[in-house]
Write a protein that binds this ligand. Structure first.
Ligand code: NOJ
Ligand code: CA
Length: 669
């Protein structure tokens, strides 16, 4: 009886937390029962809320839209139909951080109607690792519809701790994350990570196609309610769409802690299945490149005495890659256009994508690469001149086709596309999609820098491999702000990486380049750089440093050579945002496991049980750790390498230096 009473009091408290309801909540629970999402129409407003293990995590949050030339659909609504849905289907990733996936959810498809008869569809899918919902906009397909605002709210139940980057800065996401209370946020890009009170969450979106990116805004200062804020067109329109259009999924990832959050699969699961069929031509691989020498000021992209992309140098890189088991060679500065003054400023660039500059003989280089079994990786820097790039796209892809180039690194340096449009608006989304689909027709894979954020489209178009979309290693090269802080990479796995792979370009082994970059430092130790290959997932991983520097560090390079970029399984074992991260991954093509652990500016010792290893198996662990006295500021290159036999019954004690790390290969015997 007492228990019953407790329940009734608890329920009353829950109901009291929200205003009286016009209609009853319809509840969907996740397959494991831990997440419950309620949908209701309350006084004409469509609202949802969510609970985790019975505890309210999102309180009454409104749904709806406003349109140009049509009445808003955010009030006066009734629920006219709803039906439950459910799915449990396995699928496999052709490449990825894990092979076996499970799309397992319960959901609800609801139809809301306004007094004038227009209908708004809402579909909810609740997984064990979060929930997503999307809208079907009103009207017939031939009817044009301009969205002037999306009313979706995320009204959090508590003032959680947040890790965020403000929206509408100069460019997308190349900023450091800041930690604050949720209530201190004014705008945020997604993923936005929240934690506290026994739960970790992130707001993001999935399947962003032909719609603007969803940013977040706090309309009422110092509150707990964020609202969708669609990145606008330059005339203020938010989305230019049509009747019956389906929006991207609005996603709330939910997990007991940040380590589980990092292993979330909901974003991929909310994307459509592979549309390209056999994609064995998409190759996860490691690459070196004519790249870091430019970022550290030794060579240049533009023609002149220090030009990087010469035929002779590229051939030397190809030789080195072939000799050291690295599959790809990226060449930046190979084409015409790098000598345009201040090409990186809005509207300045005039790149040509099917003509090499005179010092680079594409026919000779590509024939040489083919003979050596090395993949040439193409480079298209658009300088944000999207219209011009799309005009050149077919000839540019034909050109690379002709020379056997099967993957292209893209770049969108600049603050506005074509001088006017936000790099996360609908224009950017549409133009990237055109490139993805055109490249797929040519069986070419791409990995864009300064991209639209990742929303899991690699499931549908697996030729869209990796992206930048955060401050990468380049900031430790020649960035005027002095580079990334040592905690940066310990934040990324729980924030940016929640959206998808990141072409961070790890692998610095030479830490002092002050002769050419007096203001820059690599904010980590050598062991940390090795660990990043495991911690920061990408199917394409660069060995960023110069071949001659790897020659001086052949022992450390051994790990870079061995570590795969395609995984059977991945597990984030431990982590605290901004402090440390420990990740283990199993190779897709062998029985070996790899582990990466990194720390921030503080040294620490972590105890890691090896219970992820196979039962009954013995492994030879090759352990690359911070050597005696290692410290990112004073002695970053100190590395110790040792071997040890281990099994899953043991635990390892990992000692990490300041800015340090540890990388381990477990070879199954
Ligand atoms: C910025 C990219 O992030 C970087 O990787 C590239 O080297 C330069 N742009 C030049 O395209
Ligand atoms: Ca960049």
């Amino acid at each position: 009886m007492r228990k019953r009473l407790g329940m009734i009091v608890g329920l009353a408290a829950l109901v009291a937390a929200t205003p009286a309801l016009g209609q009853a909540w319809q509840t969907v629970t996740s397959p494991n029962g831990r997440i419950a999402v309620d949908l209701a129409v309350d006084h004409g407003e469509a609202v949802y809320r969510a609970r985790y293990d019975g505890k309210l995590i999102l309180d009454r949050s409104r749904l709806g839209f406003r349109f140009k030339d049509a009445a808003p659909l955010d009030a006066g609504l009734t629920l006219v139909a709803s039906r439950p849905i459910a799915l449990d289907r396995p699928w496999t990733q052709p490449w990825g951080e894990r092979r076996q996936m499970r799309e397992h959810y319960r959901g609800l498809v609801a139809t809301l109607a306004a007094a004038d008869g227009r209908q708004l569809g809402v579909e909810f899918r609740v997984f064990d690792d979060g929930f997503g919902f999307r809208y079907t906009l009103p009207g017939a397909a031939e009817q044009k519809l301009v969205v002037t605002d999306e009313e979706t709210e995320f009204h959090f139940a508590q003032n959680y701790r947040a890790w965020s980057i403000p929206a509408y800065r100069e460019k997308y996401s190349e900023y450091e994350y800041s930690r604050s209370a949720l209530s201190a946020i004014q705008t945020a890009q997604t993923p936005l990570t929240l934690e506290g009170d026994g739960v970790a969450m992130a707001v993001h979106e999935a399947a962003l196609v032909d719609f603007p990116s969803m940013n977040l805004r706090m309309p009422e200062e110092n509150s707990r309610t964020l609202k969708a804020d669609l990145s606008p067109w330059s005339n203020g329109d938010r989305a230019r769409t049509h009747g019956g259009a389906v929006t991207p999924w609005r996603v709330v990832m939910v997990a007991p802690d940040v380590a589980h959050l990092a292993d979330s699969t909901i974003v991929l699961n909310l994307n459509e299945p592979n549309r390209l069929g056999d994609v064995s031509w998409v190759k996860p691989e490691k690459y070196i490149g004519i790249f870091w020498a430019m970022h550290t000021g030794l060579l240049t992209w533009e023609p002149g005495p220090k030009l990087g992309a010469t035929t002779a140098r590229t051939k030397a890189y190809i030789d080195w890659a072939a000799k050291h088991g690295i599959k790809g060679v990226l060449v930046e500065g190979w084409n015409v256009g790098w000598d345009v003054p201040e090409w990186w400023k809005n509207g300045h660039s005039r790149f040509v994508f099917d003509r090499a500059q005179p010092a680079f003989d594409m026919a000779a280089v590509s024939a040489y690469a083919r003979a050596k079994g090395v993949d040439l990786i193409g480079h298209h820097e658009t300088g944000g001149q999207v219209k011009d790039y799309l005009r050149q796209l077919e000839p540019a892809l034909d050109y690379y086709d002709r020379y056997g180039v099967r993957s292209i690194k893209l770049g969108y340096v600049g603050t506005r596309l074509d001088e006017t449009e936000w790099p996360d608006g609908q224009y950017a989304v549409q133009s990237l999609q055109k490139v993805v689909e055109a490249a797929a027709r040519h069986r070419i894979a791409i990995f864009p820098h300064e991209p639209v954020k990742d929303t899991g489209l690699r499931r549908t178009w697996p030729n869209l491999m990796s992206r930048e979309g955060a401050r990468g290693q380049e900031y430790n090269g020649g960035s005027p702000d002095g580079g990334n802080a040592p905690d940066h990479t310990t934040i990324l796995p729980f924030t940016r990486l929640l959206s998808g792979p990141f072409d961070y370009t790890p692998g610095v082994v030479h830490f002092d380049y002050r002769a050419t970059r007096p203001n820059n430092r690599e904010p980590s130790t050598l062991a940390n750089q090795l660990a990043l290959y495991v911690v920061l997932y990408s199917p394409v991983q660069m060995a960023v440093d110069l071949p001659e520097h790897y020659d001086e560090h052949a022992d450390a390079f051994r790990f870079i050579r061995d570590v795969p970029t395609d995984w059977e399984d991945s597990r984030t074992l431990q982590g605290a945002i901004g402090d440390f991260a420990v990740v283990a991954r199993r190779d897709r093509n062998s029985a070996d496991w790899y582990l990466g652990a990194i720390t921030n500016d503080s040294a620490r010792t972590l105890t890691v049980p090896l219970d992820f290893l196979d039962k009954g198996a013995t492994y030879e662990a090759t352990i690359y750790s911070d050597g005696p006295g290692a410290d990112w500021r004073t002695a970053p290159e100190r590395l110790a390498i040792r071997r040890q036999m281990v099994s899953r019954k043991e635990a390892l004690s990992l000692r990490l230096a300041r800015g340090g790390g540890q990388a381990i290969r477990f070879r199954r015997l």
